[in-house]
Design a binder for this molecule. Structure first.
Ligand code: NAD
Length: 243
């Protein structure tokens, strides 16, 4: 595992799922971690690890993002993990769902990146990691129109930021998971009615024969945080879904 001693890491949506596992993994790799979320109860349940700090931060609120980033000092690694999944095809989707998906899944990343970039440019170092999905420009997934549109935009914004700032030694990459066992995935499975049937269908998408674990995605985030020669990449981590 990468040694991130001395690095300051800001993670959004660290209260549960992949963000939570990543906050723990970053702290174990020696980083000073700012684990943020809107759910303060979930944050309070994070283990008490050295270097792990928690704070409420709503990434939909630009002024809160700017105030928070100004209050913590230099950020070496930004992990934009916040995101929402809406179901439905283009004909079933509500416009308000697409607006919300674009705001939380895409524009929130733009807010946090704008807040940390000037400091990264000044220090000529930084790693930005954006949470996309294989359900994006990589793969069309049924019943995920708003989600796929927004996660494809994440790959576009990742490559655009990477291109603009690679000469400043700032790396920007996207993580594209397949199906990962997280609290919101469990909610989506329960919402289908027949939980076992829905779970079997989600498992079957991955040729490896199981769901991904948040810790497996966290390992990739830690790797990218320490990677010094990789930028503009959309890295699939999906149990073979896109082989
Ligand atoms: P999750 O959906 O279970 O948890 C999401 C977290 O985001 C919650 O703690 C919630 O409080 C927080 N959050 C919601 N709105 C917020 C806001 N405005 N500001 C700050 N925090 C907010 O977690 P997950 O399933 O691990 O998903 C995390 C990310 O990974 C998302 O971007 C998701 O799209 C992406 N992803 C997940 C999967 C999967 O199968 N679970 C697959 C591909 C990509």
């Amino acid at each position: 595992m990468a040694d991130l001693t001395g690095k300051a890491v800001l993670i959004t949506a660290a209260g549960q799922g992949i963000g939570r596992a990543s906050a723990i993994a970053f702290a174990k790799a020696g980083a000073k971690v700012y684990a943020t979320d809107i759910n303060e109860t979930a944050l309070s349940e994070l283990p008490k690890l050295e270097g792990l700090h928690t704070a409420r931060l709503d990434v939909l609120d630009e002024s809160a993002v700017n105030t928070f980033v100004a209050s913590i000092g230099p950020v070496d690694v930004l992990f934009n993990c916040a995101g929402v999944v809406h179901g439905g095809s283009i004909l079933e989707m509500k416009d308000s769902d697409l607006d919300f998906a674009m705001d939380l899944n895409v524009k929130a990343m733009i807010r946090t990146i704008r807040a940390v970039l000037p400091g990264m440019i000044e220090r000529r170092d930084g790693s930005i990691i954006n949470m996309s999905s294989v359900a994006s420009s990589i793969k069309g997934v049924p019943n995920r129109f708003a989600y796929g549109v927004s996660k494809a935009a994440v790959i576009g914004l990742t490559k655009a930021v990477a291109a603009d700032y690679v000469a400043h030694n700032i790396r920007c990459n996207a993580i594209c998971p397949g199906t990962v066992d997280s609290p919101s995935l469990q909610e989506r499975l329960r919402a289908q009615g027949d939980y076992e049937k829905a779970r079997a269908a989600f498992v079957a998408r991955q040729p490896i024969g199981r769901l991904g674990e948040p810790e497996e995605i966290a390992d990739l985030a830690v790797y990218l945080a320490g990677a010094t020669y990789t930028s503009g990449q959309a890295i699939a981590i999906d149990g073979g879904w896109t082989i």
